[in-house]
Design a protein around this ligand. Structure first.
Ligand code: C2E
Ligand code: MG
Ligand code: MG
Length: 428
């Protein structure tokens, strides 16, 4: 532990340790990562519970951070409500994103203050530097990343080091991903989508998962853009469509046939090859077209509405369903609804998540639901994490819900187990 008393801010010790690590690195290929962890509204906490209780929370936070990073990092208390985690010897810059998420999941929870429970939320900033590493540079970039997260009301904004011009040494995943596609080692996880009238899981969304041999699990928000950049979007789509349709045949038929939805990259939405991939997979596995849904984002259509609508209409006329994903984030105009070749809208998580404490978000979700129904589309709410939110969605007439309240995306075998054990009374 770098200091005995976590409540004594120690910037000097932090800088000493960081400079020492920079000076004594085994190789300049190994980068150093820095996380800045900041407790939201800590002043209010002190104001409400008093300084003694506030200090107790700081000690708890320090302890939890130290427990979870003791093997590969050092934790420091920097100032009022701010902690730093130094992560030496990172072989890949994107590991810093995983570390940031780890900090959030270990720290964001209930803290006991006397008789009360207090829920703490965080903002995290992060940076990674390799050969041109200086302690000031690392801290300054992490502070910038923290203030961007705070200003956008997000806990953490994922860093994309591959595109970042400030970093000269980048280890990218292109080779590994090329291999993964050649060897078919991109996996699909499935997340159920629940019909809010029958209270049964009638659909599931397939979400791609990839484990890098050198860096471990990498989220789709990082690896899918790289697949697109290396020109293998079509290969990913073929692999995802085929795997999903093949695995669908293994699911139990407890509430009728369950359908599967796959996500389609924006560049494919306007290409006629998409129909070819879909038809060939449906034929090979002998699955009814109506059991397949293609999820396309609103943004991917907007750039070339005419061409995309024509392509999607062709696919829809085969019986395949079309869903507009992340709806509400693409600023489309209302006239877009008139001819939209879709069956369903998925209201983006950013509206759903804050519905209970933000009237505007609730009104938007309700208005989108009404409008979609008027145009014959069904409505799915994404990111449903609590029963209270589920009930609010039912009351505004939403048709389907998907989210951690029911299940996280699960590997095929666990998803089958989940289906077999499903009972609506556990969730409704
Ligand atoms: P999406 O299609 O909007 O998928 C929903 C994302 O929200 C998934 O993240 C899912 O794990 C997450 N999620 C679901 N329920 C909850 C919840 O209750 N709370 C929270 N906080 N999150 C929830 P994931 O799996 O990381 O995927 C991210 C995005 O990556 C997807 O967004 C999709 O756009 C893209 N993606 C995933 N798989 C594929 C794929 O096979 N092909 C393509 N082109 N894109 C994919
Ligand atoms: Mg989706
Ligand atoms: Mg979505």
């Amino acid at each position: 532990m770098p200091t005995d008393n976590p409540l004594k801010p120690n910037r000097a010790l932090f800088f000493d340790r960081l400079n020492d690590l920079i000076d004594h690195r085994e190789s300049k290929q190994l980068g150093i990562g820095l996380l800045l962890v900041d407790i939201q509204n800590f002043r209010n906490l002190n104001g409400t519970f008093g300084y003694e209780k506030g200090d107790q929370v700081l000690r708890d936070v320090f302890e939890r951070l130290t427990d979870s990073f003791s093997k590969n990092g050092s934790v420091f208390y920097l100032s009022n409500d701010q902690f730093a985690v130094i992560l030496p010897n990172l072989i890949n810059p994107n590991l810093i994103n995983l570390a940031a998420r780890k900090a959030i999941s270990t720290l964001e929870s209930n803290y006991k203050i006397g008789e009360s429970n207090l829920y703490i939320t965080l903002n995290v900033g992060a940076d990674y530097l390799a050969d041109q590493c200086t302690a000031e540079g690392l801290l300054c970039n992490s502070e910038r990343s923290l203030s961007i997260a705070k200003n956008s009301r997000k806990h953490y904004i994922e860093r994309d080091f591959i595109k970042n011009p400030y970093h000269e040494t980048v280890i990218d995943f292109s080779d590994e991903l090329n291999k993964a596609l050649d060897q078919n080692s991109i996996e699909l996880y499935y997340q159920p989508k629940i019909d809010l009238v029958s209270e049964t899981p009638t659909h599931a969304e397939a979400l791609a998962r990839w484990t890098s041999p050198t860096a471990g699990p990498v989220p789709p928000s990082v690896f899918i853009p790289i697949i697109e950049k290396i020109g293998r979007t079509d290969d990913l789509a073929k692999c995802v469509i085929n795997t999903a349709i093949r695995q669908l045949n293994e699911w139990p038929n407890l509430w009728g046939d369950i359908s599967v939805a796959v996500n389609i990259s924006p560049t494919l939405v306007e290409t006629p090859e998409l129909l070819t991939y879909v038809n060939s997979a449906l034929n090979i596995w002998d699955v009814e077209p109506s059991r397949l849904t293609l999820e396309v984002t609103e943004e991917s259509i907007i750039n070339n509405i005419e061409k995309c609508f024509e392509n999607l209409s062709n696919i829809k006329s085969q019986g395949v369903k079309i869903s507009i994903d992340d709806f509400g984030t693409g600023y489309s105009s209302m006239s877009y609804f008139k001819n939209i070749p879709a069956d369903e809208l998925k209201v983006d998580q950013s509206f759903v998540r804050h519905m209970l404490d933000n009237e505007a978000d609730q009104n938007i979700t309700a208005a989108v639901t009404d409008l979609a129904h008027k145009f014959g589309l069904s409505v799915v709410a994404e990111g449903v994490e609590t029963k209270a939110l589920l009930q609010a969605l039912i009351s505004i007439g939403c048709d389907y819900a998907q989210g951690y309240h029911f299940a996280k995306p699960l590997p095929q075998n666990q998803f089958i187990k989940w289906l077999n054990n499903y009972s609506s009374s556990d969730y409704f």
